[in-house]
Design a protein around this ligand. Structure first.
Ligand SMILES: [Fe+2]
Length: 198
């Protein structure tokens, strides 16, 4: 990967099963539907492939079930000009994710971006708070019966948490009730817009 600047943070998620778009946003013909927070236009596939046609000894590390397997190739792996099929790397900027908001507090699945056989990835992006006149924008206390909740705080102010700053990770294990820190619910009343990323 090449970056435009030197100051970067990477949060890498790996999965034993394919990472897909949420099923409920897909038509049975495999297209993203109109109620999806992102669409095909936001997906950036490879373009202008840099082809390297070179013989030599190239070690490729393939990861399977947590183990790395070294395979030696006699040609540079980038000796292609295109591909067949539908398996390829792509980029999706979270700045293109259109948040779903409501008069009352929306449940976490509205933030879902991807899913696998065993976990989902949600993106909590800056958005309008709940706009019912008596809405309480802070999330309610809850307990995830059968899933752990890992949060990575990307940027901004985190309304429901004290002493949490960007770059931190929190873990709420399955079955443990949790919610906003004391005082956060009262402080959230009347707030109009959320500015953080997680
Ligand atoms: Fe939670």
């Amino acid at each position: 990967m090449e970056f435009a600047t030197e100051s970067n943070r990477l949060f890498i998620v790996e999965s034993f099963s394919p990472i897909r778009y949420p099923k409920r946003y897909m038509s049975n013909l495999g297209q993203l539907m109109e109620h999806s927070p992102f669409c095909e236009r936001d997906i950036r596939p490879p373009h202008n492939l840099q082809t390297i046609d070179q013989a030599g000894d190239f070690l490729i590390q393939t990861k399977k079930k947590g183990m790395l397997y070294g395979i030696h190739y006699a040609h540079h792996p980038f000796d292609v000009v295109g591909w067949d099929g539908c398996c390829y790397p792509y980029a999706f900027s979270i700045h293109d994710f259109e948040p779903i908001t409501g008069r009352v507090h929306q449940p976490p699945p509205v933030h879902q971006t991807f899913e696998t056989n065993t976990f989902v990835v949600c993106s909590f992006v800056p958005r309008l708070y709940d706009y019912h006149p008596e809405a309480i924008p802070a999330p309610y206390n809850h307990s995830n019966i059968d899933s752990d909740e890992v949060l990575y705080y990307v940027d901004g102010d985190f309304m429901s948490r004290k002493n949490v700053t960007r770059g931190m990770i929190t873990l709420h294990p399955a079955g443990i009730p949790h919610g906003p820190h004391p005082g956060a619910v009262q402080k959230s009343i009347g707030k109009k817009k959320r500015r953080n990323w997680q």
